[in-house]
Ligand binder design. Structure first.
Ligand code: F6R
Length: 261
């Protein structure tokens, strides 16, 4: 796990966009795993900017989103379908047939989840998974207690997540209580993962995820078992990390380190 501490939200977004650009440069038909929420908004704005500057081409890229609220149709302004169109897909040249999100209103949830996993596998698997982290340490909607081997399924949202997400709804009772989410096991199969976190409210979950024990009580801690993870955080989100000086030392020494390839 590499921990990269940046000075601002803008720098976190730039560093994440650099990773996406690197992956697409190496493999124009890359499969990206995408997140919603406030954290990746700066990254998506930067990807749009680079596309407009003709620095990035998404024409062969495939995307799979982490999650969607159960019960919200794609046209609902708080659905993740709507969010992704508004904040990314409508502004870049990704082919509509290459975009995948869990359905908000599937006919048969269980069958849909199985097919979502099959589609990820049929695409060759996710090359780069982008993640945020919840205040309860969740990745995607893998709330505390989620099996670290879990696959795409319906999850009941934690009360704290419902409260966190109520800022997007007029009334708290409008926040959906269930979501279809990729599992921790699904996420761990991505070839590379970047988790972004900014702000003091993420300091606790970030410290648990990076320096705490691997536990289903903080599903982000499962990333400690993944071979290629970048945790890109700002100084506020890094403020409870005990080893922050070492992580910064590693970054300084990076260009001089002997190659392990
Ligand atoms: C969103 C998702 C969630 C968010 C997390 C942080 O698709 O899977 O895990 O990444 O809840 O949300 P923000 O970025 O709004 O703090």
């Amino acid at each position: 796990m590499e921990v990269i501490v940046k000075e601002s939200y803008a720098e976190v977004s730039q560093a994440a966009a650099d990773e996406v650009a690197r992956v697409i440069a190496e493999k124009p038909s890359a499969v990206l795993g995408l997140a919603t929420g406030s954290t990746p908004l700066g990254l998506y704005a930067e990807l749009i900017r680079r596309y407009e500057q003709k620095e990035l081409d998404f024409s062969s890229v495939t995307t799979f989103n982490l999650d969607e609220y159960v019960g919200l149709p794609a046209a609902h302004p708080q659905s993740y379908h709507f969010f992704m169109r508004q904040n990314l897909f409508d502004h870049i040249n990704v082919a509509p047939e290459n975009i995948h999100l869990p359905a908000g209103i599937p006919n048969d949830c269980r069958a849909f989840c199985r097919e979502y996993e099959q589609k990820i596998a049929a695409s060759g698997g996710i090359d780069l998974q982008i993640l945020g982290i919840g205040s309860d340490g969740h990745i995607a909607f893998n709330e505390p207690g989620s099996s670290l081997a879990s696959r795409t399924r319906v999850k009941t949202l934690a009360r704290s997540t419902i409260e966190d997400n109520s800022r997007f709804f007029d009334r708290p009772e409008q926040v959906p209580e269930f979501a279809i989410t990729m599992g921790v096991g699904t996420i761990l199969e991505a070839r590379k993962v970047i988790l972004l976190a900014t702000g003091e409210q993420k300091a606790g979950p970030i410290a648990q995820a990076i320096e705490g024990p691997i536990t289903s009580m903080c599903s982000a801690s499962a990333l400690q078992m993944h071979e290629h993870v970048l945790m890109i955080v700002d100084r506020a989100a890094a403020s409870q990390l005990e080893q922050v000086a070492y992580y910064e030392w590693v970054q300084q020494k990076r260009s001089h380190a002997p190659s392990t390839a």
